[in-house]
Design a protein around this ligand. Structure first.
Ligand code: SF4
Length: 329
């Protein structure tokens, strides 16, 4: 039985309806691999998306009783300049930035698949998440794509490691300006990885912003968006991740940042790098220590049962797909 969804307001007056958006032909990406997991109470769709030159990225649709909005999750780059040890891109080389049209077509493709599966697109609240393959702040097409997608009355989330590069700072400033004008919330989320700067640099593997630089960017964000969302700091906690609120409280304070502490979902690449899933007691203890210091810590950051059962971490479905078509699946 196709999933139905909780009732939610449709799009704002004058905005493009999601069903109208899906009628525009998809010209820049395609897929021949779509998998649905779980059911309407806790479910996901993930797809391997092919773009010009045969590059393969990942996109997805996430829904369930614990989610306030259904999430359309898309990629920004083919490959990634970062080399996060927990990511299933592994040591694959960075290929290129996706174009604005390729980013927008992924949103269209995911919505089309969701509509075909029975979701009432126009009466379901949606959030677009730039959280799949790639580092969105390093792609100059991300701001034009976000601005174009504002025709839909969707909210946004952008996940970044925050590279220490001029492009990243410029994109972030432009997104702050966009967020101050957009009618729906815009949630930036920085992969903090750990409260240890040294560990963070080692795990991400490229030149990333220091904690001082993150604070400066958060102050700019807050000045531009006094009524907007505070930035999330995300830690995907494995058993060995250094995580102590005292390391960050002075530099990355709760007035500027929320904490999102998520259980590490084991991936093949993470296992090769010796990462082990943290036990629930440690996660709860750490979440509580941040709450005691005044941080907002959201429980919904935890992976769902379906995500854990099927190992749905970023880029896992893409790797499975490549394994199958290469005859290694
Ligand atoms: S987790 Fe994200 S930023 Fe890190 S290597 Fe993978 S795609 Fe890139």
């Amino acid at each position: 039985m196709p999933p139905t969804n909780r009732a939610a307001p449709g799009c704002a007056a004058g905005r493009l309806r999601a069903t109208e958006f899906t009628k525009i032909p998809i010209r820049h990406v395609r897929t021949d691999f779509v998998q649905w997991f779980g059911d309407r109470h806790d479910g996901a769709m993930e797809t391997a998306v092919t773009a010009k030159g045969g590059v393969v990225v990942e996109a997805g649709y996430y829904f369930g009783d614990d989610k306030g909005k259904n999430i359309v999750d898309v990629s920004s780059q083919a490959g990634c300049p970062n080399k996060c040890v927990f990511c299933d891109l592994g040591k694959e080389k960075f290929v290129r930035n996706l174009t604005k049209e390729e980013i927008i077509d992924q949103v269209r493709l995911v919505l089309l698949l969701a509509g075909g599966y029975g979701f009432d697109l126009d009466n379901t609240k949606h959030k677009i998440d730039f959280g799949k393959t790639g580092e969105p702040l390093l792609n100059g097409a991300i701001v034009p794509a976000v601005e174009k997608l504002a025709e839909l009355s969707f909210s946004y989330k952008l996940c970044t490691t925050f590279p220490d590069s001029r492009m990243a700072y410029e994109n972030f400033r432009a997104l702050a300006r966009f967020a101050s004008r957009h009618s729906e919330p815009f949630q930036p989320q920085i992969s903090l990885v750990s409260t240890s700067e040294a560990y963070r640099r080692r795990v991400i593997g490229t030149n990333i912003a220091s904690f001082d630089q993150l604070r400066a960017s958060a102050e700019q964000w807050a000045n531009q968006n006094p009524e907007g969302r505070r930035i999330n700091l995300s830690i995907i906690l494995s058993e060995d991740t250094p995580c102590d609120v005292r390391d960050v409280y002075g530099t990355l304070p709760p007035e500027l940042f929320n904490m999102r502490i998520r259980k590490y979902v084991a991936t093949a690449h993470g296992r090769q790098n010796g990462l082990h899933t943290a036990d629930d007691a440690r996660i709860r203890r750490i979440q509580e220590s941040f709450r005691e210091k005044g941080y907002s810590v959201r429980d919904e950051a935890m992976p769902t049962a379906v995500e854990l059962r099927f190992g749905l971490a970023s880029n896992v479905t893409r790797r499975r797909y490549i394994g199958m078509i290469d005859g290694k699946g």
